[in-house]
Write a protein that binds this ligand. Structure first.
Ligand SMILES: *[C@@H]1O[C@H](CO)[C@@H](O)[C@H](O)[C@H]1NC(C)=O
Ligand SMILES: *[C@@H]1O[C@H](CO)[C@@H](O)[C@H](O)[C@H]1NC(C)=O
Ligand SMILES: *[C@@H]1O[C@H](CO)[C@@H](O)[C@H](O)[C@H]1NC(C)=O
Ligand SMILES: *[C@@H]1O[C@H](CO)[C@@H](O)[C@H](O)[C@H]1NC(C)=O
Length: 415
């Protein structure tokens, strides 16, 4: 995935800027360049004669709509960028039917400066195709959904995991509605491209390890996911350039490592009953989602647990000044070597102390289950608001079982 699908912009002053676009287009050469501020929907576009010109704009509206409006107005191309908050993002949007490039906010500023510097600004747009570039390491795309889930009681970090989803080359049904009839492949971006990677990896693992439960497979995927690139640099959120477990979840899926996780955070279907009872759902609602033979749930019988104590492969807690300490219960099942010793590596979230009891796990059997408690405490240096992230890793030889730890320093909106 160390590649970008480059759409190259050459300004009349010789400056070359690489943006991105998924759709090939015919070169648009030496056209007048205009920058249009404001909302197109409010008439900013129709106030300018853009016929035959390349239109530059800061994206405040849907890129499909912008492209369509420019095309209808007779424009020859579109250059767009995001506001400063998401300024690094150049993630291409597919199916734009116009010559287009998405550039960084910083490059957008350069384009505005150039347009203002000359009475007759011009530009050329050229589709350069796939460009391999080790420096363009994959990052969490701007359009990827962010957590946390805004019901704090859920107690589970979302998202879970990341799969490749930007500029994915894949087969498409030739000749079907809306797809190119002359080709049987295409490039697309989105969740629809990412989820098939994860589903396919799950199918591969189920075939190789048929005895694993769905929760064990999910745990294996999450605890072995990559949080760094092969060169050791962290995988970041493209909008901020920083790591963010609320964007990436446990990491970027690593199918080979997922086949041999060593330990799993397992869950049986019945383990979800005390969890959903604890979320406050009543029995008639729970029975609607519970399949046979678990129907006719009684929360009085099943008991209730707090969301944070669901035996999930990640950890999320809320630590406020009023409630600065939280204990989290977990249990791991040994599916690696029968006799194995796991030691602990903790990266505490900033401003938080983390104590794990016990901090060594000694197994003598396969399928042996061991419990531990993670004690999280808000320290004097904790942020007043916002979030912090750390991790907990059980290590035994080549095996490393990692869980992200996400801390919210203020209750979520619904509390
Ligand atoms: C195209 O879509 C229409 C409407 O959804 C449907 O009736 C038609 O069968 C589709 N054609 C093909 C080739 O899939
Ligand atoms: C259970 O909860 C649902 C949804 O909140 C509500 O409509 C229903 O009346 C409740 N049933 C009982 C028996 O309390
Ligand atoms: C659940 O309870 C209802 C009403 O008491 C009963 O009709 C139904 O057979 C029960 N279902 C199961 C799976 O026990
Ligand atoms: C969560 O956030 C969404 C979007 O802001 C909002 O529509 C929804 O009502 C929120 N839910 C809760 C439980 O706060």
């Amino acid at each position: 995935m160390g590649r970008r699908i480059v759409s190259r912009l050459e300004l009349g002053n010789g400056v070359v800027i690489d943006g991105e676009n998924l759709n090939p287009y015919k070169r648009v050469k030496d056209r007048p360049l205009v920058f249009i501020a404001g909302m197109f929907a409010d008439g900013a576009l129709s106030a300018v004669d853009v016929r035959g010109k390349i239109v530059a704009c800061q994206r405040k509206e849907d890129p499909f709509m912008l492209a369509e409006m420019i095309q209808k107005a007779g424009g020859a191309g579109m250059i767009s960028w995001s506001g400063p908050k998401r300024g690094a993002a150049t993630t291409p949007v597919d199916d734009l039917t116009i010559a287009a490039a998405r550039v960084t906010h910083a490059d957008g500023e350069k384009i505005i400066a150039y347009v203002n510097s000359t009475p007759n600004p011009t530009a050329t747009l050229r589709f350069a195709g796939a460009v391999l570039n080790r420096a363009s390491l994959p990052a969490i795309a701007e359009y990827s959904s962010r957590g946390p889930c805004n019901m704090s009681s859920v107690g589970v970090l979302k998202p879970d995991i990341t799969g490749p989803g930007t500029a994915i080359a894949a087969s498409i049904p030739g000749g079907a509605n809306g797809t190119a009839p002359t080709r049987t492949f295409g490039l697309h971006s989105g969740t629809s491209m990412s989820t098939p990677h994860l589903s396919g990896i799950v199918a591969m693992i189920k075939k190789a390890r048929p005895q694993w439960s769905p929760a064990a497979i999910k745990s294996a995927l999450m605890t072995t996911a990559d949080v760094t690139h092969p060169d050791g640099t962290p995988i970041v959120d493209e909008t901020t350039g920083k790591p963010n477990c609320f964007a990436m979840g446990a990491g970027l899926v690593n199918p080979t490592r997922a086949l041999d996780p060593g330990l799993v955070y397992d869950l049986a279907p019945a383990d979800y009953i005390p969890y959903v009872c604890g979320l406050g759902y009543n029995e008639s609602v729970i029975n609607e989602i519970m399949a046979q033979p678990l129907q006719n749930v009684s929360c009085a019988k099943a008991g209730k647990i707090q969301g944070k104590d669901l035996n999930y492969p990640s950890i999320m807690v809320t630590l406020t000044p009023a409630a600065p300490e939280v204990d989290v219960k977990r249990a791991v099942t040994n599916i690696g070597d029968p006799v194995s010793l796991y030691t602990l590596e903790v990266v505490p979230p900033e401003g938080v102390t983390v104590e794990v009891v016990p901090n060594v796990l000694t197994f003598g059997l396969v399928n042996q289950r061991m419990e531990f408690t993670v004690k999280l405490k808000r320290g004097p240096n904790a942020a007043a608001v916002g979030t912090a992230e750390g991790s907990l890793r059980w290590v035994s030889g080549k095996r490393s079982v990692r869980s992200p730890i996400a801390v919210l320093f203020e209750p979520l909106p619904n509390n």
